[in-house]
Design a protein around this ligand. Structure first.
Ligand code: ZN
Length: 459
């Protein structure tokens, strides 16, 4: 049903776009109307989804908030910010494509007259650049990080691969638009800033400072700083929540984020001493205790984990040992709902030392341990492996159990005892995961449970 609704919309909107492209002057308006209509349906589809924390982000409806007399924020999955001046408007981020047209329409109702002189993009993720095509006017200047084009390139080239992962972790996402108004990419910056470089301009009495701040959600992060107002537009430099333990690694795929560079970016933002942080997800945060205090805690937490990994590597500890050992001390406790410390440990390790861990010759070649699982299961017997797995689970060693069950199921995919035991182990892991409530971990385990249940029903 939802596939059909979206397919119809793609056809309707495609026709509208074709018509618009061939009618001078009407192109953008028709695209906005079509995208608004399609966005309403896509949002309704997503709104029916059942999930936990992720839903808090993916169900944010479009509303407009006034930050002060001349700054507006259109909320949504990704926010769109507009700083109005007497000489035109400056945008910071443009939301996700399915909501962008509705954000634009809502903002138009409250914004004073004025051209869109600049669009500043915090980074190349789809939930931040989706509205560029609707807002961009003939003379609009787009400002982004120097690595924006490269990040957009690899995200576009691997779009299909990432999309399949995203659909598993966020099953409520609508079908991937291959082309048309919701397609990803195609944004070309007019001006760029390098890492920690400052680009400054003044317009209508407002001073704008753009700093390159790599780390967190990508190598191409930047922030906008209004020095007179002491307002920091942070995009995703902190991630979707603030403060939080950041996603040094993201399960949905992407390059590992550079930890030392990120620490330097956080220091830069601490030095600015913002009184208000306006992020591109969720609500602004005010008061220096909260803003600077939050950034400082994020900095100290990432530095702590980073330094522990370096010390452990030099001391000859294995990556797995460190994944289990390194935890945040109480005074640095931060939510791990988005980024998880143990995954950051492994990411920092592999960022510096790559995937060859010097543990086994077999690591170097294309024959994983899994390729002999079926043989091991035949020798040991799938029943015996399932029984040993149950013992491991009773000793609260569910991961040991899962290794054995993967062997048993390699030999006999429909083995009832192994599937039932796998179900129990995954349930234990899911219960444990609910303590940190990391969105990615919870969604992954739920997906694995659903697959196990389906295999049990089939066998
Ligand atoms: Zn984002």
């Amino acid at each position: 049903m939802k596939k059909l609704a979206l397919a119809i919309l793609v056809v309707v909107c495609g026709s509208l776009l074709w018509f618009a492209r061939h009618s001078d002057g009407l192109k953008q308006e028709a695209a906005i109307q079509a995208a608004s209509m399609a966005g309403n349906v896509a949002s309704a589809v997503m709104g029916r989804a059942e999930s936990e924390r992720v839903d808090q982000l993916h169900n944010v409806p479009v509303t407009v908030e006034k930050i002060n007399d001349y700054i507006y924020q259109a909320r949504g999955i990704g926010n769109t910010q507009v700083i109005t001046t007497t000489q035109g408007h400056v945008l910071f981020d443009t939301g996700i494509s399915i909501q962008a047209a509705n954000q634009l329409k809502a903002l138009r109702e409250v914004l004073p007259e004025g051209d869109i002189t600049h669009i500043i993009l915090s980074h190349s993720h789809a939930d931040h650049i989706g509205g560029v095509k609707f807002w961009q006017e003939e003379d609009t200047e787009i400002i982004a990080h120097r690595d924006f084009a490269e990040e957009q390139r690899y995200l576009t080239e691997l779009e299909e691969y990432f999309w399949n992962r995203n659909r598993l972790l966020f099953p409520f996402m609508p079908e991937r638009p291959q082309r048309g108004m919701f397609a990803y990419g195609g944004v070309t910056p007019d001006h760029t800033v390098a890492d920690w470089e400052l680009r400054r301009f003044e317009q209508g009495g407002v001073v704008f400072e753009v700093y390159g701040t790599p780390g967190a959600e990508g190598a191409d992060n930047l922030v906008l700083w209004l020095p007179r107002e002491k307002i920091l537009f942070s995009g995703d430099t902190f991630g979707p929540m603030f403060p939080q333990f950041p996603n040094v690694f993201t399960m949905r795929g992407e390059k590992i984020r550079k930890p030392a560079e990120y620490l330097r970016s956080l220091k830069l933002m601490i030095a600015l001493q913002p009184e208000l942080i306006v992020p591109s997800h969720f609500s602004p945060v005010s008061g220096v205790d909260n803003t600077v205090g939050g950034i400082q805690r994020m900095h100290d937490a990432v530095k702590y984990v980073h330094d522990q990994v370096i010390a452990g590597m030099n001391a000859g500890k294995s990556v797995y040992q460190l994944m289990n050992e390194v935890t945040l001390p109480e005074h640095l406790a931060l939510t791990q709902g988005h980024g998880k410390v143990s995954w950051a440990v492994r990411s920092i390790w592999e960022y510096y030392a790559t995937w060859f861990h010097f543990e086994s010759t077999t690591e170097l070649y294309g024959v994983p341990a899994r390729s002999v699982y079926a043989q091991v299961a035949e020798l040991a017997g799938a029943d015996a492996l399932a029984e040993q797995a149950a013992q491991y689970r009773q000793q609260r060693q569910c991961l040991h159990a899962l290794h054995l069950l993967e062997m048993a199921l390699s030999a006999e995919a429909g083995h009832q005892g192994a599937l039932r035991e796998q179900q129990r182990c995954l349930e234990v892991l899911l219960e444990q995961a609910k303590v940190l409530n990391n969105t990615y971990e919870v969604m992954w385990l739920k997906d694995q449970l659903a697959r196990t249940a389906a295999r049990l029903a089939d066998s």
